[in-house]
Ligand binder design. Structure first.
Ligand SMILES: [Zn+2]
Ligand SMILES: [Zn+2]
Length: 351
């Protein structure tokens, strides 16, 4: 443990929309329930941009080190920690702490726990070389995956969120799922998870290029909203009555509202993407006559984290990534602000 440095590199900001500074900060000390992880790689999620901007209706701490898709090695831990050893590979996801005793935690919905801490939001995250996490929320990564941890890191948020949303629909093999915003970070992983779960996929997005991309990932049908006059009619026609499940991972309010129209009777509409100041609107009597299930989902639970990681380890889900140094992270924030990110950026904390 003596080789843990007293200070380390991080990207930190002191006020919302303020400078993102790459600098030396003190290495955190784990609390009794925490692991200290030497983070090797961390994915960059769109939520990190919201944390920096401070435009969500929940406050972050300040100053803040963002990031919540980190993987690294356990280098130290507190006195209450059990089941972890120095040298184990561990992942850090959005949920950093939950009590594991309240009614939500006991229902395996620890993401709804009132005593939550969120990584890179209410507690410092993974855009630093050393970060802390409650030992029960750290994700187990087999040491055999050590050469793939950069590719694996986006599974911890983007992949898990997408997977959990799909799983919550309880669809049967051969049923239709429509993915709204299919070419995006969560959408492209959603296509892959859905195919691995033997579902039939309609990918919804706009433009020819995105169509090529989603077909390569295995989408059965592509509906290009930029040149389809009536999207709902088209999907009802393809599915012969409507989609059994709809995964909304875009941030378009209009796309969300239209998803209720082409959901099949008894269909499951899952809402994940957050339109700015978004609200959903659909006729109550129409929803009742279709017996629609509407489910708003955030991140997944512990069990789903393990399952999502296993899909990736089995090669069924691959994240297209671009690795850059932690020092280049401010440029990635800039690209995200300009909506210019394709695929997922992953930072290497060693440079
Ligand atoms: Zn995220
Ligand atoms: Zn709880």
């Amino acid at each position: 443990m003596s080789n843990i440095p007293k200070s380390q590199k991080a990207v930190i900001f002191y006020e919302h929309n303020g400078p993102l500074e790459y600098k030396d900060v003190a290495t955190p000390t784990p609390k009794p329930n925490e692991l200290l992880i030497n983070v090797k790689y961390s994915g960059v999620c769109h939520s990190d941009l919201h944390a920096w901007k401070g435009d969500w209706p929940y406050p972050t701490i300040l100053p803040l080190i963002g990031g919540h898709e980190g993987i690294g090695e356990v280098v130290s831990f507190g006195s209450e920690v059990t089941g972890w050893s120095i040298g184990d590979l561990a992942g850090m996801k959005w949920l950093n702490y939950a009590c594991m005793e309240c009614e939500y935690c006991l229902a395996d919905k620890e993401q709804a726990c009132d005593s939550f801490e969120f990584t890179g939001y209410t507690t410092n995250g993974t855009f630093q070389q050393y970060a802390t996490v409650d030992y029960r929320q750290a994700a187990r990564i087999p040491n055999s995956a050590s050469s793939n941890i950069a590719e694996l890191s986006p599974i911890l948020c983007g992949g898990l969120t997408s997977y959990s949303g799909i799983k919550s629909m309880g669809l049967k093999p051969g049923q239709w799922i429509t993915i709204v915003g299919a070419a995006g970070g969560l959408g492209n992983l959603g296509i892959q998870f859905s195919k691995a779960m033997n579902l039939k996929v309609i990918a919804l997005d706009s433009g020819f290029e995105k169509g090529q991309f989603v077909k390569e990932l295995g989408a059965d049908e592509y509906v290009d909203i930029s040149n389809t006059e009536n999207v709902a009619e088209k999907i009802i026609e393809i599915t012969n009555g409507g989609s059994h499940g709809v995964l909304n991972v875009s941030s378009s309010n209009q796309a969300l509202n239209s998803s209720f129209e082409y959901a099949r009777k008894l269909g499951k509409v899952v809402i994940i993407g957050i339109p700015l100041n978004g609200e959903f609107k659909y006729g109550v009597s129409a929803a009742i006559s279709k017996c629609l299930n509407i489910y708003a989902s955030s991140v997944g639970n512990k069990k789903e984290t393990e399952e999502a990681i296993q899909f990736a380890l089995d090669g069924k889900v691959k994240c297209p990534i671009k690795v850059v140094g932690l020092s280049e992270l401010p440029d990635v924030y800039k690209l995200m602000s300009e909506n210019k990110v394709k695929g997922r950026y992953v930072v290497d904390t060693s440079r």
